[in-house]
Design a protein around this ligand. Sequence first.
Ligand code: ATP
Ligand code: MG
Length: 640
Amino acid sequence: MSRIKILSEHLANQIAAGEVIERPASVVKELLENAIDAGAGQVQIEVEGSGTKLIRVVDDGTGMGPDDALLCLERHATSKLTEAPGSAGSRLDAIKSLGFRGEAIPSIASVARMTITTRSANEVLGTRVEVRYGRLLKVHETGCNRGTVLEVRDLFGNLPARKKFLKSSRTELFHIEEIIKNYALAHYRIGITYSHNGSRVLACSAGSDSLKDRVRTLYAGNRDESLIVVGDPEKMWTPAEGINVCGFLLSPDNSFGATARLKLFVNNRAVKDRMMAHAVREGLSGFLMKGRSAAGVIFVTVPYETVDVNVHPTKQEIRFLQPNRVHEQISAAVRKGMAAYQQDAQRFIFGSKKRRPDAGPGQAVPGIPLQAGQTKRLPRTNSGPAPAAGAEIPATGEGPAPFSPASFFSQVGEGKRATAGEPLPSYGEAPADAAALPGIEALEPIGQFMDLYLLCEARRAGETFLVVIDQHAAHERILFEKLKAQFASREITSQKLLFPKLLELNPEYRETLAANREELQRLGLYIEEFGGASSVVKAVPAVLSHLDPEEIVNGILLDFVTPDCSGGGRRRGDATRLDDILSSMACRAAVKAGQGLEKLEIQELLKLMQESSAFTHCPHGRPVVRLFSAADIKKWFHRT
Ligand SMILES: Nc1ncnc2c1ncn2[C@@H]1O[C@H](COP(=O)(O)OP(=O)(O)OP(=O)(O)O)[C@@H](O)[C@H]1O
Ligand SMILES: [Mg+2]
């Protein structure tokens, strides 16, 4: 007698359920997928207890005839995967539906009490099937709406060990909600409601929602978060059109902090994929704060045959045929979205003839979170009233003045770079005709608070805002963008030292110097060996030329040898390392916190912000600008 026996169907189903149905949320996922695959326009989800007591999913999809209502309980019974006539096998390589294994219903039925009430359009009467832990109890005709009602009670009632491993009710409900949100995002035209113990938790209406509405409802808690638009998310893409990336990301300093999540979808299927998450992060590099992750929703469509969704029983893991191409496209799309977001923010702050229609007052401003309902002390200003719009702004005085940040603001301006050999700093250099600065009249400086925050008044469509700018963060971003552009075009502008500086370097730095001479020159640092432990510094990056050459060299070399501290021990990529070096150069060169600025200098900084390709966040992801609407400020003082 052979020792090997074929498992009973019941046991096989239970084993399959172990993989497919891990927790109540897995049931919700499978039933929702089935409803969506059945073409439902409206899906209603009701949960009782932590999901083990009852999960009911009601849909208005195609429903099933009496035969299918029974057949769906059989393992590997699916209407979704057909063997192509004449082909050797099934079309597993091009799966379009969410389901394809024919495993979910029998798996759930083997570990719960299940009732299926269903009717297809062809039938007058529907079918009701009752199953108890895998055993068919009853089948009978019943009057019901077209579509399917699937009820799952006493989940894992026959598997006490499995039930014991479930987490707290709160955790299980959290997972259920996450699953529902994922599908409500991926299928934003479908109406989805979710209630728990009879109370409504989520309600998304059918048809009327745009993806943006859905993101706001489900993801930003209906708050007026400003969103970075990636690609064209309002267009429905089909995989036949090739690789496409779209979605909405929350501003890097969104108010959700570390709890905000990044949701990823491939061909409308919610997935977990490190490569994709990495690509989004890379697209946002230079904007994300350390420890913060990207948050929002990204949809990627790829031709069906270039992705394998059959990697794991839960179908959340996928494999791309060309992961590098997908990575590239994602980061490029995110970078482009961020650039557009910067332009929108710039237009809003500095004014432009062409304003986005939805950037009106009272709405979230792209790039600048509106501080609603916050009570803050009105800052003291240390300067007189702002000059009237368009008025001549007087120069700061004649002759050499104390070292002024305006001088190094102007160093980064085109055509105002200090020429090699010229001693620095240059003193009291007046900025270009301030009255002629385009758009600045819309943003009138009031003064400086704590020698750190620039206070300005902005007018937009009859509304007034108080604009608060972190001078260091703002200048840091401007310099960072400038340095990046200079580096990309050839090399960073350097400043020859009038008196070359002799330095003693430690062996590690000497080694780094020898190994990276070319890259250091591209960074604007010209340094040569002078025999023994000595090196001579001949030129330094122009933006840093007001600093001590020894400080500059040590700073840059330190950045070269420092291992990554942001990636949890992972090595930094070349791009990230360069960004780190450039951002610390920008940080050292930028106007400091605690540095008093004259109104002219504030004007100059605002002008540079206006001209910079990005300005909303410093390279470390801290916000640069905050807006307080006059309406909010009035509310603080109970003036309505
Ligand atoms: N809500 C529903 N409306 C209409 N038909 C349904 C519904 N739920 C299930 N079915 C039918 O029952 C079949 C079996 O469903 P089941 O979820 O077990 O497998 P599947 O969806 O085909 O694949 P997978 O196991 O990957 O989910 C489906 O192929 C479908 O024909
Ligand atoms: Mg299914």
